[in-house]
Design a protein around this ligand. Structure first.
Ligand SMILES: C[S@@+](CC[C@H](N)C(=O)[O-])C[C@H]1O[C@@H](n2cnc3c(N)ncnc32)[C@H](O)[C@@H]1O
Length: 266
């Protein structure tokens, strides 16, 4: 009888013991899950433009970057023999001023941006102009890949937003991986080829005063990395991109001086 009672209590104690262990493990798992979820949900510094677009679009109903396309992209497409059948991808199309112009001219463009607000804006503008809104989609080129390869890829004022070396390399690898064997990419960034500097990415979402439409507005600071020609050309080399030409362009809207490279896969 005493032995039975002892065995009974031992059994109960084991059950309590295992229940406690189970609860502790469950709590640990939950904490790790919440932690990982939090890490994944934290916005990256290069997403700050979404905040800027949202603020400007709701408060003014104007485009942050205006609607004037840069003639440089069309000129480069002509120079490198693009036809209306060439598959063309724009990375970081913003409010779509270049893509909408090129689509209106009959070019076969896919235009992508990480900012859902920018793509919403592009789709609305496309609709107003009778353009198929499916030309535009949200994509983070540092996280996503496409199945398609492109005859031409272009990007205006996007790579200079990427401050971390690893992010800049991923951008260029994306370009490399998505070009056809004969494909060409036009990558345009802010800079004069002499200056080198980088912004503090921890401040990308902080508000800062910026001139906009004849006044000063408070918008997300965003991020910026300016590189010299040497640095820029070395980055191309590290990503196995062959530079066909490089030069300064002063016609890109919003920038007094931009650095243009035309590259192909090595
Ligand atoms: C300075 S704006 C330039 C926009 C447009 N190309 C123009 O010339 O007005 C930079 C754009 O790059 C986009 N961008 C930043 N990081 C990106 C990423 N990882 N993938 C796709 N787009 C990105 C931003 O959302 C923003 O629209």
């Amino acid at each position: 009888m005493v032995v039975d009672l002892f065995a009974y209590y031992k059994n109960v104690l084991y059950k309590i013991y295992f229940t406690i262990i189970f609860i502790i493990l469950l709590c640990l798992f939950d904490t790790v899950y919440v932690f990982l979820y939090y890490i994944c949900m934290v916005k990256k510094y290069y997403e700050a433009y979404d905040d800027r677009y949202k603020k400007i679009h709701t408060e003014t109903s104007l485009a942050w970057a205006g609607d004037r396309p840069s003639p440089s992209i069309e000129n480069l497409l002509n120079k490198y023999g693009a036809t209306k059948k060439s598959k063309i991808l724009e990375i970081g199309c913003g409010e779509g001023q270049n893509a909408i112009n090129l689509i209106s001219l009959g070019y076969n463009i896919e235009a992508s941006d990480i900012s859902a607000e920018a793509i919403k804006w592009c789709k609305q503008k496309a609709k107003e102009k009778g353009i198929d809104e499916n030309h535009f989609y949200v994509m983070d080129i540092l996280k996503n890949n496409l199945k398609m390869k492109y005859d031409f890829i272009y990007s205006v004022a996007v790579l200079h937003m990427l401050v971390d070396d690893k992010d800049r390399h991923k951008f260029l690898k994306f370009v490399h991986n998505h070009l056809t064997d004969e494909g060409k990419a036009f990558i345009i960034v802010m800079g004069d080829g002499k200056e080198t500097r980088r912004s503090d990415i921890s401040k990308a979402f902080e508000l800062a005063e910026r001139p906009f439409a004849d006044k000063v507005v408070r918008v997300a600071t965003t991020s910026c990395r300016i590189v010299t020609w040497d640095e820029y050309l070395n980055e191309m080399k590290s990503a196995h991109l062959n530079v066909l030409e490089h030069y300064i362009d002063t016609t890109i809207s919003g920038f007094s001086s931009s650095m243009v490279v035309v590259v192909e896969k090595l």
